[in-house]
Design a protein around this ligand. Structure first.
Ligand SMILES: *[C@@H]1O[C@H](CO)[C@@H](O)[C@H](O)[C@H]1NC(C)=O
Ligand SMILES: *[C@@H]1O[C@H](CO)[C@@H](O)[C@H](O)[C@H]1NC(C)=O
Ligand SMILES: *[C@@H]1O[C@H](CO)[C@@H](O)[C@H](O)[C@H]1NC(C)=O
Ligand SMILES: *[C@@H]1O[C@H](CO)[C@@H](O)[C@H](O)[C@H]1NC(C)=O
Ligand SMILES: *[C@@H]1O[C@H](CO)[C@@H](O)[C@H](O)[C@H]1NC(C)=O
Ligand SMILES: *[C@@H]1O[C@H](CO)[C@@H](O)[C@H](O)[C@H]1NC(C)=O
Ligand SMILES: [Cu+2]
Length: 380
């Protein structure tokens, strides 16, 4: 480790001189981006690459948490625990995509820094499995994440993560349980290439983000089901990270379609308020009954006439936001309301702060717009 550290310190000093970074930054994060890592699809990884990723995730599950974040026992739990605390200001808000970009990157850093993983974070190209998640090779019991849940608690009983005791969820609960799944091929249909194409066809972030969140995003969560479907505690299923990396790739590819405009294009509400959600070409499906805007939103350009029938009742933990029955989505008294920091008003801007309770350093949305900056990765 010493030579690596020494190199990193030199890189830090160089970066400090070049960019005026403050010297108290975490050395492993401040190193300049010498070589972009290429994130690749799970389906294209070799067996050895798949095993390396699964082993690194298992290692995080065996490494004690040092974060002190509510409910976390292991470094794997740290991410789920941070997501629980941030959920209210990380979904159905403008920072949905940048927040999850930092979130999966932080997890990738942990795999690398705590568990010796040398690969890049893989993504799950769900277009290959849309409508048929149950047959996906990603659910392989040896070189995959294990299969569907079984038994009364929908516990996964195959694959490397079968015996993990997950201390968090559903929702805000702190409660030991298995990793559970309830796969729905029907719900997975909105991961289809045509839905993704519809999102890619937008030109403004205000149309693109809700399209992704309501369509492909919902498809992955609804298609895997159980904990994955819980908006608060979903990172308790390790598939979460491959799902959100795929969404991040869709965003990065969309940005690459017009970098001059889209590396700066941000917007949206900072707090959940479904009445204030921008209109857009939301695809249907992905979550039960369509999520959360109801089942009717197919206009090509988006319009104010969209209906929001079937929207779940407003939760006390999410003012003006959404709730889903049976998912423990009401924020308990011991969980503080997350702070929105950094914008001049109620709209998400490039100065909006994204924070993960010390798992990685705080970043502005502006810093997270380009994957080829300090994040230092691109997609195949
Ligand atoms: C899970 O536990 C069962 C019963 O103890 C055992 O047979 C199985 O090998 C374990 N699976 C893993 C992936 O550790
Ligand atoms: C909600 O959380 C509480 C603990 O906070 C737990 O007892 C209860 O079973 C949870 N509800 C569901 C539906 O899991
Ligand atoms: C893309 O948008 C154009 C114009 O709004 C429309 O004609 C076309 O059908 C759209 N394509 C897709 C795949 O949604
Ligand atoms: C939500 O948005 C609507 C429409 O813009 C607005 O009238 C309402 O006051 C907002 N609610 C909150 C809690 O901000
Ligand atoms: C921001 O939203 C709150 C309600 O959530 C409202 O009271 C406040 O006036 C809004 N501020 C601006 C600048 O719109
Ligand atoms: C990161 O941001 C959070 C939220 O504003 C703040 O509480 C925390 O102190 C910040 N951390 C650092 C190191 O600045
Ligand atoms: Cu999330």
């Amino acid at each position: 480790m010493v030579p690596v550290l020494a190199t990193t310190v030199l890189a830090l000093l160089a970066a400090t001189a070049a960019f005026g970074l403050s010297v108290d930054e975490e050395p492993h994060e401040a190193a300049a981006c010498a070589a972009l890592k290429t994130r690749r699809g799970w389906h294209t990884l070799t067996d050895a690459e798949k095993k390396a990723y699964l082993d690194a995730e298992l290692c995080l599950m065996k490494t004690p948490s040092t974060s002190g974040i509510r409910g976390a026992r292991t470094k794997f739990d740290d991410f789920q625990a941070a997501h629980v605390l941030q959920m209210e200001i990380a979904h159905f808000v403008g920072q949905f995509l940048p927040f999850h970009r930092l979130f999966v990157w932080a997890h990738e850093q942990a795999l690398q820094n705590s568990c010796g993983y040398t690969g890049a974070q893989p993504y799950w190209d769900e277009t290959l499995d849309a409508g048929a998640f149950s047959k996906s090779p990603i659910l392989d019991s040896i070189l995959g994440f294990g299969g569907d849940g079984t038994g009364p608690n929908n516990c996964i009983e195959t694959g490397p993560f079968a015996n993990y005791t997950n201390p968090l969820g559903p929702g805000y609960a702190i409660n030991d349980h298995c990793i559970d799944r309830q796969i729905s091929d029907a719900q997975s249909a909105a991961a289809s290439p045509s839905v993704v194409a519809r999102c890619m066809n937008t030109t403004r972030y205000l149309d693109f983000w809700p399209c992704v969140e309501g369509g492909p995003h919902g498809a992955g969560h609804g298609g895997i089901g159980a904990q994955m479907l819980n908006p608060i505690s979903s990172p308790g299923d390790p598939l979460f990270f491959l799902h959100h990396t795929w969404l991040d790739r869709i965003w990065a590819q969309w940005q690459d379609g017009d970098p001059a405009a889209r590396l700066k294009d941000m917007g949206g509400n900072n707090r959940q308020n479904l009445s204030a959600m921008p209109t857009g070409p939301f695809p249907t499906g992905g979550f039960p009954g369509g999520f959360p805007w109801g089942t009717v939103l197919p206009t090509a350009t988006g319009s104010a006439s969209q209906t929001r029938t079937g929207m779940p009742p407003v939760g006390t933990g999410a003012p003006g936001g959404f709730n889903m029955p049976g998912m423990n989505m009401t924020r308990p008294a011991d969980v503080p309301e997350p702070e929105v920091v950094g914008d001049p008003g109620n709209v998400t801007t490039l100065t909006h702060l994204v924070y993960l309770y010390g798992l990685v350093q705080n970043r502005t949305v502006g810093e997270l717009m380009d994957t080829r900056g300090f994040l230092c990765y691109e997609y195949d």
